[in-house]
Each structure stands twice: as structure tokens, then as C-alpha cells.
Design a protein around this ligand. Structure first.
Ligand code: GDP
Length: 462
């Protein structure tokens, strides 16, 4: 993730494809130099280097040395008023893809470099224009697939999530300052904050963190459940596993049991049920034996097509293989081992489980062994890939929940220590942990991998 902002970056800022209008964006200390080589204002005597206010300047942008030029509007922010808090500009013109490509090329020839994905928003974040939850909300607005997603992302962008956390951090910093002042004057018996006041502050801070956690749990909840699809060769035990998981984890008991048969490729429609695995509600789909008898395609071919189609729509696939001998290694060698796939070794009660390769969750639908481990593996898998569509608001919830729970725990420990009349230095240590965790949520404390994860999801030009 680039953090050197002395470069001037450029990228096409509008969506790919033809449109009435298109825009190329620039940010960095050399924006004026870059533009002076290729932009001519309509009004004579305009000197960009002398501008101190943001403004729109109509003019021409030169596309080649032979004076081929095109009309454009230049939106120019000379200094810290811009999104990135650097000199910045946008060239608005016709939305023709080759034209925008050519303008970008011209800017690169005049000293800009191509921006990385999300680099404009990264600069805005590092300049303090946005906090991390707002940066994620920018992505949420761009990716919103419906009105509800858009509304939530806009509320997050407006600071709906981060404002209370910033205020809470401020109050906890003041509380920490009081505690530390008390530690500095411990000899002199000056009380900077009473135990009762400390308890009140800590308890109300904890309530606020709990309220934000509840808000996030609501936001992170998808309208549709993540899809978990059972795949694998016939007779490997998919339907039995479906039945066993439904019997143990079903949210409602309305699902009919899947048909279990000794003969490979049993004919029937596909089944699905809502189950809660490791605390995550998901739709479990059984693809076994989904064939139409009068189809020209062979039953095995149909089943494969169906399973492949279901697999494409899955958030997680459970590739079932018998946990014994050769059939398992054959299937494993065909597995693409893709992200979102868990390999399940079925029928482990039949023995020979020692032949199983690593990274396989082994279970038996008949004895129930390994089902809980499978449920946990699914929950882990689904929490690292929260959504098929890269729902940024849901991913904010996943990113922040752990940190907020950490803050909640630290505040509880601080409260316990105050109640036990423990030393204030111990309370202060817990408070520092809570502040660190809250800082991670809003981005006051961040690491490169957090930035990579968030800004790597953006497209170039944002
Ligand atoms: P599918 O075609 O993949 O759906 O496989 P089924 O679920 O229909 O199971 C095929 C056969 O394997 C049936 O005879 C099941 O009783 C048997 N089977 C499934 N799971 C287990 C298991 O965990 N242990 C044992 N011993 N047999 C199983």
C-alpha cells in the first residue's frame, strides 16, 4: 500500500464504458505543473499557480503535439480544500473511453503516475479527511446494490457510526489523563477522580460500546443468508450430511429430510434449509442426485452442471469426499481448492481415517462425530468472506466487531478492578487497551494490512 504522497497521481474517475460525461482525476503536489503542460483556459491570463480558491475553469486539453485538443471543464482545488487535502483537479469532458484514456496518457506524460486502487481515498484517510469507517462507506456507496445498502453507506459516510466512537475515545482519553495525573501525585494524596465517578464513566462507556456493537450486528446482517452448498460425487454421503446438519442446526423444522439411497445418482429436486452454524445463519443446499430422467444429458452430467451452477452462487462449498481410501484422493486431486471451499471427509465411522490428507474436516453423519468442528469451520470461512458482492458495510461490521468486543472486555476488566479496589495503574492499563481497540475501529490506530484490506477493494480512480 503506497504511503508516499509526494507523487502526483492520476486516474479515470468515472465508470468504464461510454457515457455523456467522463472525468479524469489528479492529486498531488505537482498538479499545476502537470496541467500547465496540457491545459489551456478559455479566459486568457488565468494562472493556476496563483489560484487560492477552488473553482471551475473551462478550457481545452491538448491530446497531442499537433494541437489536437478537446473542450473540458477543469475543477481545480489549489490546496487543502480538496478531498485528499493536496492540490487536486478533475477534468470533466465527453465520456468517450478512448478520449479519457488519451487524456490520462497525456497527464502521465506530464509527470503524473497512474493511481493505485483506492489511492485517492487512502490519501483522504491519511490526511484526516475521513476516518476508516467512512473510507469503507465510500466503497459501500460505490458498490451499493439497493436503496437500503445505499442509505446505510451514506449514514456511515456522514459519521453515523464513527462520531459516537470518536466522542467516546475523547472522554476515555480525559479519564486516562485523570488516572495518570493521580499516579503522578500518588505521594501527595490528591484525588483527581473519585472511585464512584470512575465507575460511572467506565459503565457508561461500556454501555455505549455495547450499543454500537448492536448497531453493527444489525448492519452486518445480510438480507439473504449466505449460501452453503454440498457438492461431491454420488453416494459420498451428501444427503446424509444434509439431514444430519439440518437435524442438529436447523432454524425451523419445516425441511423434509433429503432422500438417502444406496444407489448412486438418486433422482429428486434439490433441497435447501436454513441452519445456524457456529452462530451464523446460512442456507444449506444439497445438490446430490439432482437429475431429470427424460433429459438427453446423462444423470451424472446433469448433476454436475447443477452442482457447478449452485457452486457458483455459493459463499462456501462443502466438497464431500469419503474419508477412506482411493475415492477420496481422486476427488481431492480434482478439487480446485478454491477460496470458500471446505473439503469434508464423510463416513469417518467406517475407519481408515488415517489416510486422510491435511486440511480436511472429517465427520460421520451416522455418529455425529466431527459435525461441530464442521460447523465452526463453516463459520470461520463465512466470516472471512462476508459477502459475495463485497458488501463494504457488512465488511465494516466484521472488521470492527472484534475490536469493539476487545474494548468491551477491557472496560469490563477496568470496572472489575475498580470494584476490587485494585491499583489505578492497573485500571489505566485496561483503559489503554480499550482506547487502542476503539482507535482501530475509526483508524486512529491502524496497520498496513488493515489499509491493504480496505483500500485494496476499491477500484482505480476512487
Ligand atoms: P449422496 O448420494 O452423496 O447424497 O449420498 P447419501 O447420503 O445418499 O449416502 C449414500 C450411502 O452412504 C447411504 O447408504 C448412506 O447410508 C451411507 N452413508 C452416508 N453417510 C454415512 C456415514 O456417515 N457413515 C456411514 N457408515 N454411512 C454413511
Amino acid at each position: 500500500m503506497p504511503t508516499d504522497f509526494s507523487d502526483t497521481i492520476a486516474a479515470i474517475g468515472t465508470a468504464p464504458g461510454g457515457a455523456a460525461r467522463g472525468m479524469v482525476r489528479l492529486s498531488g503536489p505537482r498538479v499545476v505543473d502537470c496541467l500547465s503542460g496540457c491545459f489551456t483556459p478559455h479566459a486568457p491570463m488565468i494562472d493556476l499557480s496563483k489560484k487560492h480558491l477552488a473553482q471551475r475553469i473551462p478550457g481545452w486539453i491538448a491530446l497531442s503535439d499537433e494541437m489536437l485538443r478537446v473542450e473540458c471543464d477543469l475543477f481545480f482545488w489549489p490546496d487543502r480544500q480538496s478531498y485528499t487535502r493536496q492540490p487536486a483537479a478533475e477534468i470533466h469532458t465527453w465520456g468517450s473511453p478512448p478520449l479519457l484514456d488519451r487524456i490520462l496518457e497525456v497527464l502521465l506524460q506530464h509527470g503524473a503516475r497512474l493511481a493505485d486502487p483506492g489511492e485517492f481515498t487512502l490519501r483522504a484517510f491519511l490526511a484526516g479527511r475521513l476516518d476508516l469507517t467512512q473510507a469503507e462507506a465510500v466503497l459501500g456507496v460505490i458498490d451499493a446494490e439497493n436503496q437500503e445498502g445505499l442509505q446505510t453507506a451514506l449514514a456511515q459516510l456522514a459519521g453515523g457510526l464513527s462520531r459516537p466512537l470518536h466522542q467516546l475515545r475523547e472522554r476515555l482519553l480525559t479519564l486516562l489523563a485523570h488516572l495518570e495525573a493521580g499516579l503522578d501525585f500518588v505521594e501527595e494524596d490528591i484525588e483527581f477522580i473519585t472511585r464512584a465517578a470512575l465507575t460511572n464513566h467506565l459503565a457508561s462507556a461500556q454501555e455505549e460500546v455495547t450499543a454500537v456493537l448492536e448497531q453493527l450486528a444489525h448492519r452486518g446482517r445480510r438480507q439473504d443468508n449466505p449460501r452453503l452448498v454440498l457438492t461431491g460425487p454420488p453416494n459420498v454421503g451428501k444427503s446424509s450430511l444434509f439431514n444430519a446438519l439440518v437435524a442438529r442446526y436447523a432454524v425451523s423444522s419445516s425441511t423434509e429430510p433429503a432422500l438417502v439411497s444406496e444407489s448412486p445418482g438418486t433422482t429428486r429436486d434439490y433441497l435447501s434449509a436454513i441452519v445456524t452454524l457456529g452462530g451464523i445463519e446460512c442456507e444449506l443446499v444439497d445438490t446430490a442426485g439432482c437429475v431429470v430422467e427424460d433429459s438427453e444429458e446423462s444423470p451424472a452430467g446433469q448433476a454436475q452442471h447443477f452442482a457447478a451452477e449452485q457452486g457458483r452462487q455459493a459463499d462456501c462449498t462443502l466438497l464431500c469426499v469419503e474419508a477412506t481410501g482411493a475415492p477420496m484422493s481422486n476427488t481431492l486431486s480434482q478439487s480446485h481448492n478454491t477460496a470458500g471451499e471446505i473439503v469434508v471427509g464423510t463416513k469417518c465411522d467406517l475407519g481408515h481415517a488415517h489416510q486422510i490428507a491435511g486440511g480436511v474436516v472429517v465427520c460421520s453423519s451416522h455418529t455425529g462425530k466431527g459435525l461441530e468442528a464442521l460447523a465452526q469451520a463453516v463459520a470461520t470461512q463465512l466470516s472471512v468472506s462476508p459477502s459475495r458482492s463485497g458488501d463494504a458495510v457488512a465488511s465494516t461490521a466484521v472488521r470492527c466487531t472484534e475490536s469493539l468486543r476487545g474494548a468491551q472486555r477491557a472496560l469490563q476488566s477496568a470496572l472489575d478492578l475498580v470494584a476490587a479496589a485494585a491499583g489505578e495503574e492497573l485500571v489505566a492499563a485496561e483503559l489503554r487497551i480499550a482506547l487502542h481497540d476503539l482507535g482501530q475501529v475509526v483508524g486512529a490506530v491502524y496497520t498496513d494490512d488493515i489499509l491493504d484490506r480496505i483500500f485494496g477493494q476499491f477500484c482505480i480512480g476512487k
